[in-house]
Ligand binder design. Structure first.
Ligand code: C5P
Length: 309
């Protein structure tokens, strides 16, 4: 699969969800040590890449307008392409498209997932060996959530989010994601956190079903919930609304917010909850999805670019 003209590769930038997130320490450099269980949703952005003269990034899709104000060169996808090309000693000659579905600055890793998808797409387009360390080295420099998104598999996060350990097998779980439309920059949420730290709380076994998973998560927290709620009080309204939907096993904030998720054992319950929440709050972004362990599997195989594309 090398750089043949006409080759276009597609990679899926799945939303990441922190099922729990404990802040276990603060490092002298200001970053926080975490213990978190991250899974993915079968819902996300899409990055495509094809050979071109020079580096181009087009951003489209329903959430693209939120990025219209920033220079395209500062987008994490553009930065990922430049950094991987430099690491591989080649020119970044590629036309990228980012189809933006996930709300920006929303705690479900949109920008990190996009950067990771770009790295996976370019690794395939440029024929990098599966064990080439460059994509992961670049991912670590781009942001704390980029490595787990690059790996594309459910994982426990340690360190500042860059130390990955395999997640236990997880049952089939359905979810509703709700974002109230207020961007929440991650640094501000960490800066607003105060109080004691939490202990790591990894599971001792694999949860047998969705109800067991929810009961184990109920004994854990997202330690960024209180600071995020102080900055965006609407998060409290979102969590209460999710908790009141029929069949909701648990409602929590993801990452630094403001996206919240509800967990459901049945697809029909998630569908009904999403429909009801969307009708009651037309200004909220409401999506139902399924939680998945293997997001990289949803990357598309190379496809021939349409003539003239
Ligand atoms: O690495 P990333 O760009 O995603 O992090 C954004 C900001 O969030 C960091 O600059 C830092 O303020 C905060 N952060 C943190 N501890 C982490 C991850 C992020 O304090 N583990």
């Amino acid at each position: 699969m090398g750089d043949g003209a006409g080759t276009r590769v597609r990679a899926f930038a799945a939303a990441k969800i922190n099922l729990y997130l404990h802040v276990v320490d603060r490092r002298p450099d200001g970053y926080h040590e975490l213990d978190s269980l991250v899974v993915f949703a079968d819902l996300g952005d899409v990055v495509t890449a094809r050979p071109a003269a020079g580096l181009h990034l087009a951003i489209e899709g329903p959430a693209a307008p939120a990025l219209a104000g920033e220079p395209v060169e500062s987008n994490l996808v553009h930065r990922a392409a430049r950094a991987l090309a430099a690491a591989c000693g080649r020119a970044p000659e590629v036309a990228l498209t980012l189809t933006k579905v996930l709300p920006v600055a929303s705690g479900i890793g949109g920008g990190s997932a996009d950067a990771a998808a770009c790295l996976r797409a370019l690794a395939r387009l440029w024929g990098l060996a599966a064990d080439d360390p460059s994509p992961m080295a670049v991912a670590r420099r781009l942001g704390a959530d980029v490595p787990v998104c690059l790996a594309g598999r459910a994982a426990y996060l340690g360190g500042v989010g860059d130390r990955l350990a395999p997640a236990p097998a997880l049952p089939v779980v359905h979810a509703v994601l709700v974002n109230p439309g207020q961007p929440l920059p991650t640094p501000a949420v960490f800066a607003a956190r105060s109080g004691p730290f939490s202990a790591p709380a990894r599971f001792a076994a694999a949860p047998a079903d969705a109800a067991t998973l929810a009961s184990w998560l109920a004994a854990r927290r997202n330690d960024l919930t209180d600071p995020a709620r102080r900055l965006a009080p609407v998060i409290g309204t979102v969590l209460a609304a999710l908790e009141h939907t029929q069949g909701c096993l648990l409602a929590r904030l993801s990452g630094s917010g403001a996206t919240c998720f509800g967990l459901y054992a049945e697809a029909a319950a998630a569908a009904r909850a999403a429909a009801d929440l969307g009708a009651a709050h037309p200004d909220w972004w409401v999506q139902r999805c399924r939680l998945i362990a293997d997001a990289a599997r949803l990357d598309g195989a190379p496809v021939a670019a349409p003539a003239g594309a």
